[in-house]
Every structure is written in structure tokens, then in C-alpha cells.
Design a protein around this ligand. Structure first.
Ligand code: NAD
Length: 472
């Protein structure tokens, strides 16, 4: 049983003023594996004060000084990869292959932030003016549970690159990962106050950060509902916001696609991160005249997808993170059937060989349409919906008929047509016949999937305020 008793303020591990303890679970066994003491408003205020005090000096550091600090962060986080991996599998239930990716990603994103910082133009000419990009101030960084360590490291490395200092409110459900990250960053010897971490509830610590006068910017990854709320909460203090929110991403299968060849990618996109991924391709758009054929190939393929013990190397889908999340996913599976969709694979309940743990059967609905709630709402579990379309134009209409716009995948053999379709999809990222990732490109969403972008120069620019200088 791990007890996480401290938060991190001004370069020190300190006992929170808050006295509430929050249970941490192993979602594979439903057992309590630890407890974290949560900070409260007073702790959030202290952290903000420390970040504010550290800002003048940090904002004046040179590019070289920032790069040197980021390199130390990178080294310290990379050295903790195995520890992070263990925390991620234990408290989040990521299957081994995914867990390894999630354990290496935090160091990788710091390395990418270093690349972006080294190449970034902080000053440029505009006509007769010089434009200087200056750090916005203290940044409030709020992360979700589905990739907590990665989001902390990405947001923090970018904020520091810009010359901002930070207050981090990690997911309260991911305290083991957070602890590994804080210990590593502490070892990296950052100047006191440039980053501060307060475990706590969203509506307490998160809300204090979101409304505080001394916080200039919020970078938030999480649900669209909370993201929308943060815009309102930050309005009084005119917060700059970057929001990375939810998705209901389409996978558009064109009529010349080779179903057998693409099916592993279709299912990987849909079941990504055990279905708990903002970019998961959960709406699969299939040409109506080939729907039966697609269903047959999908049924055979999904039978090979194992949902279970994340430590089993054959497992593709681990447990849902919490009992609440498991109930939510079960509710959507029930709802899909009630709405008239047909269950092609999976269904309610745990996989047959499991009697505990928040495991879900990989589930595929068919005979669905894009107006059903299972096609419109983010389920955040391994539940996919096949939606038939009639012709390319119809596929594009359905793909875009959603409040979200984070990501999309297009599959087909005619690359010219794939690109034509891709260009018409309203999403921050569209992949053609691949699930590859390009960290130097901007990441973020259209519509309710977010506001602003992370990664590369776009991510860095979001922590900067342009100042125009004109001289006689
Ligand atoms: P969530 O919105 O419930 O919580 C995210 C964070 O916000 C947590 O740290 C939480 O404590 C905090 N929070 C909650 N209420 C708050 C408030 N009033 N003020 C300030 N902070 C508050 O999301 P979650 O369940 O942790 O994560 C899942 C969601 O995140 C999904 O919707 C998913 O699509 C989204 N997500 C998006 C991306 C992306 O890059 N677009 C990536 C991962 C996850």
C-alpha cells in the first residue's frame, strides 16, 4: 500500500494543508493499492504564489539556459522509465505494449520540446516593427488520467521553454505516476518555484487555478464538459486557454479498401489505449454495399483481440480505469442495443474468463446510424460503431456530422481519392492508411475537441504573447 503524503511547492515536498485522502485502485483487481493526500484551495494558492515569485527570473533566462534545464529533465525522466511503466500498468491498467509507449513518451516529449525550443524564433521583423514573443506568465497545467505522466511532461516542458512557470494539477487518479515524475524532476534540480504540483480534486484545486488572477494561462487536457467550463471560469481573469478535449473520430473506409489488410489498423485505432483515447476511431464508416463483407472480416478479427490482464503480453485491451468508467461503458453498450443497433461482437459484462477487474468485452455495433447516441457521444471504452454510407460525399457528410473534430483515419487504395476525402474532413489530424504519429506537427481539435494546439512551434507559441516594438 503506497501512501503519497506530499505535494511539491517551491522546490520542496510539503505536507498539504488539505486533509482529504483519496483511494488509488488497481483496475485489474479492483483492490485499493494506495492513498493520496489531496491538496485544497490553500495549497493551490501557495503553489501559484511560488510560481509567480519564480516567474521574473525564469522568464529572463536565455534559450541556452532553458535548453540546459530541459536536458536535465529529459535525463531524469528517461532514467525512471521502468518505474513509470510499473505505475502505469498498476494504476491505469495499460497493456504492456501500450504501457511501454506511455512510459517512454514523457522523455520523448521533453526531447521534442527541446527541438522546438532550439528552432524557435522568439523575435522577428514585421515591416518596420520588431515583434518579440514574451512568456504569458504563470501557466496552470491540468491533466487527465489516460496519459497523465506524458501530459505533465509535455505541458511543463513547453511552458518552461516559453519562459513561463507552472502549477500542475494532475489527475487525482494517477498519483503513482505523478509521484515518479515529481521525484525525477526534483532530482533534475530545476530552480525552486518554476514548477509546482498539487494533487487534488478538479473542483477544488483545478477550480482555484482556473479562476486565479495570478494565473495567466490554462493548458487543459480532459473532457469537453470541463474544458467548456474552464473557458467560463477563466473569463473574469481573461485567461489564455489551450484545450485538448474529447473526440468521436471517424475511420472512413473507402470502397476500394482491402478489408483484410486494413482491419488490424481499424481495430487498433478504435481500441487504442483500451478504448480510453481521445483520438480513438470509434465511428467506422463503411460503404453500404460492402457492409456484410466488412462485418465478416471484423467479426473474425475482433475474436482475436484479447481484453484482460494487462501483464499478459497477448492482451490488447486492459481494464477501464475505474468502476465509474466501467459502469459508463456498460451503460453505453446497453443504450446501443436499446437504440436498435445490433451487437456484432462483445456486449455487456466482463469477458467470459474474468470475474473481477473493470474489464470490458471488445464490442462492435452494426446496423447503426450517425444519429444514435452511441455514434454521437464519447464512450471512452472499447466500443465501436459501424455506420454504412452511400457514396463518397455521404461519407464526408457523416464524418463531419459530429460536435467533435480531433482526428480521423481514411483507408483506401486510390491515394488521390483518399487525400481528397481527407482534405474535406473537419479534424485537427487526418491519417491516410496509417496510424503513425508526427510529434513535430500540431496536435489538437476542431469544434468541441478543443481550442489551440500543442506540439512544435504551435504548442510553444501558445504560451507566448507577441509584443510589437517600433523605434524612431
Ligand atoms: P476530466 O475532464 O474529468 O478531468 C481532467 C482533469 O480536469 C482532471 O485532472 C480533473 O481533476 C480536472 N478537473 C475536473 N473538474 C475541474 C474543474 N472544475 N476545474 C478544473 N479542473 C477540473 O477528464 P478525464 O476523465 O480525466 O479524462 C478523459 C477525457 O479527456 C476524455 O474526454 C478524453 O477525450 C479527454 N482527453 C483528450 C485528449 C486530447 O489531447 N484531446 C487527450 C486525452 C484525454
Amino acid at each position: 500500500m503506497q501512501r503519497i503524503e506530499h505535494i511539491y511547492i517551491n522546490g520542496q515536498f510539503v505536507t498539504p494543508h488539505g486533509e482529504e485522502w483519496f483511494d488509488l485502485f488497481n483496475p485489474s483487481t479492483e483492490e485499493v493499492i494506495g492513498k493520496v493526500r489531496l491538496g485544497d484551495e490553500v495549497d493551490a494558492e501557495r503553489a501559484i504564489a511560488a510560481a509567480k515569485a519564480a516567474f521574473p527570473a525564469w522568464s529572463r533566462t536565455s534559450r541556452e539556459e532553458r535548453v540546459a534545464v530541459l536536458r536535465r529533465m529529459h535525463k531524469a525522466i528517461a532514467a525512471r522509465e521502468d518505474e513509470l511503466m510499473e505505475a502505469i500498468v498498476l494504476e491505469y491498467g495499460a497493456p504492456l505494449s501500450r504501457g511501454r509507449w506511455m512510459a517512454t513518451y514523457p522523455a520523448d516529449v521533453i526531447a521534442q520540446a527541446i527541438d522546438a525550443l532550439e528552432a524557435f524564433a522568439f523575435e522577428e521583423e514585421a515591416g518596420t516593427a520588431r515583434v518579440i514573443l514574451t512568456p504569458v506568465g504563470v501557466a496552470g497545467l491540468i491533466t487527465p488520467w489516460n496519459s497523465n505522466a506524458g501530459f505533465i511532461c509535455n505541458k511543463l516542458a513547453t511552458a518552461l521553454s516559453a519562459g513561463c512557470t507552472a502549477v500542475i494539477k494532475p489527475s487525482e487518479m494517477s498519483a503513482l505516476q505523478t509521484q515518479v515524475v515529481i521525484e525525477a524532476l526534483h532530482e533534475a534540480g530545476l530552480p525552486p518555484g518554476v514548477f509546482n504540483v498539487v494533487n487534488g480534486r478538479g473542483d477544488v484545486v483545478g477550480e482555484t487555478i482556473a479562476r486565479h488572477t495570478d494565473v495567466a494561462k490554462i493548458s487543459f487536457t480532459g473532457s469537453s464538459a470541463v474544458g467548456q467550463h474552464l473557458i467560463t471560469a477563466g473569463a473574469d481573469t481573461m485567461k489564455r486557454v489551450t484545450l485538448e478535449l474529447g473526440g468521436k473520430s471517424p475511420t472512413v473506409v473507402l470502397d476500394d479498401a482491402d478489408f483484410t489488410a486494413i482491419m488490424p489498423l481499424v481495430l487498433t485505432a478504435g481500441f487504442l489505449n483500451s478504448g480510453q483515447a481521445c483520438i480513438a476511431g470509434t465511428r467506422i464508416l463503411v460503404p453500404r454495399e460492402r457492409l456484410a463483407e466488412f462485418e465478416a472480416v471484423a467479426t473474425a478479427a475482433v475474436a482475436q483481440v484479447k481484453s484482460g490482464d494487462p501483464r499478459n503480453p497477448d492482451t490488447a485491451i486492459g481494464p477501464m480505469v475505474s468502476a465509474k468508467q466501467w459502469e459508463r461503458v456498460q451503460g453505453y453498450i446497453r443504450l446501443g442495443a436499446e437504440e436498435g443497433a445490433r451487437i456484432l461482437a462483445g456486449g455487456e459484462g466482463r469477458p467470459d474468463d474474468l470475474d473481477r477487474g473493470w474489464f470490458v468485452k471488445p464490442t462492435i455495433f452494426t446496423d447503426a446510424n450517425n444519429q444514435m447516441r452511441i455514434a454521437r457521444e464519447e464512450i471512452f471504452g472499447p466500443v465501436l460503431t459501424l455506420i454504412p454510407y452511400d457514396g463518397e460525399a455521404d461519407a464526408i457528410v457523416i464524418a463531419n456530422d459530429t460536435r467533435y473534430g480531433l482526428s480521423a483515419v481514411v483507408f483506401g487504395q486510390d491515394l488521390t481519392r483518399c487525400e481528397r476525402v481527407a482534405r474535406q474532413i473537419d479534424a485537427g489530424r487526418v491519417l491516410i492508411n496509417t496510424l503513425s504519429h508526427e510529434p513535430r506537427a500540431p496536435f489538437g481539435g476542431f469544434k468541441h475537441s478543443g481550442m489551440g494546439r500543442e506540439m512544435g512551434k504551435w504548442g510553444l507559441g501558445a504560451y507566448l504573447e507577441p509584443k510589437t516594438l517600433l523605434m524612431a
